[in-house]
Design a protein around this ligand. Structure first.
Ligand SMILES: CC(C)(COP(=O)(O)OP(=O)(O)OC[C@H]1O[C@@H](n2cnc3c(N)ncnc32)[C@H](O)[C@@H]1OP(=O)(O)O)[C@@H](O)C(=O)NCCC(=O)NCCS
Length: 205
């Protein structure tokens, strides 16, 4: 897929004019629109990512988007986030995009476990920026990266009551296939279902 085709894909239906899209060696490196930019997570983004997690997202949003492995288990200091970013780079089969308004991170999207044949997408937008079309741009950035990688499918697990995420994913072409394996917790010596997500799949190409 050419850069112009990707730009058309991102622009189609967007509430913003995409001013710039840079692709280098098969990786989306930079997208600019309105006053915002989308770039790959850098090691030095750790403090902003920490602030986004604790100040930008409500507790409910943090539950919906677990942020593993960067912010789960919850880091005590921003420096821990930096260490985890550096450690995660060893795996090399993930992309993590940060949406910045000026210098502040206000959204993230990711594509991970690309090499396993079961690539997963994730997304979160700061609560006060919801419903402005930013989730759509960020999820489409992750999908555009998947297109560049010629991935066949992307999986996403959405909590049963997360209507916003369900609406966003279906808007971007994901289809409900059923439920993921449930998460269990142990209570009084018994395994009980803690959460049972909806599974949505996008056929990328
Ligand atoms: C899910 C989330 C990323 C959506 O971000 P957003 O920036 O509000 O998304 P958009 O503005 O691009 O909206 C996308 C679509 O979803 C719809 N939508 C948004 N919030 C909605 C809600 N609460 N209920 C129903 N539909 C909703 C919008 O109307 C829009 O559709 P439209 O363009 O046809 O009107 C955001 O709510 C979020 O970060 N939630 C917390 C973390 C989370 O749940 N992550 C996903 C884990 S699976």
């Amino acid at each position: 897929m050419t850069t112009d085709e990707l730009k058309d894909y991102l622009q189609n239906g967007a509430r913003f004019k995409i001013k710039e899209l840079n692709v280098k060696n098969g990786t989306i490196e930079y997208i600019a629109f309105d006053t915002m930019t989308i770039t790959n997570l850098a090691d030095d983004d750790f403090q902003e990512l920490y602030n986004f997690f604790y100040e930008g997202l409500s507790e409910q949003s943090r539950v919906y988007f677990p942020f593993y492995p960067l912010l789960r288990p919850q880091p005590e200091t921003p420096q821990t986030v930096r260490e985890r970013i550096v450690q995660w780079r060893v795996e090399s089969d993930w992309f993590f995009y940060v949406l910045k308004d000026g210098v502040h991170i206000i959204g993230v999207s990711l594509l991970k476990r690309i090499s396993t044949g079961h690539p997963v997408a994730g997304i979160a937008i700061a609560d006060k920026y919801h419903k402005r079309g930013l989730g759509t741009v960020m999820l489409k950035a992750a999908i555009a990266q998947a297109k560049l990688l010629n991935l066949y499918t992307i999986y996403s697990g959405v909590a049963p009551d997360n209507d916003a995420s369900y609406a966003l994913h279906t808007k971007c072409g994901f289809v409900l296939t059923g439920q993921t394996m449930p998460y269990f917790v142990t209570k009084n010596g018994e395994n009980i279902i803690a959460r049972h997500d909806k599974e949505l799949i996008l056929q990328v190409s």
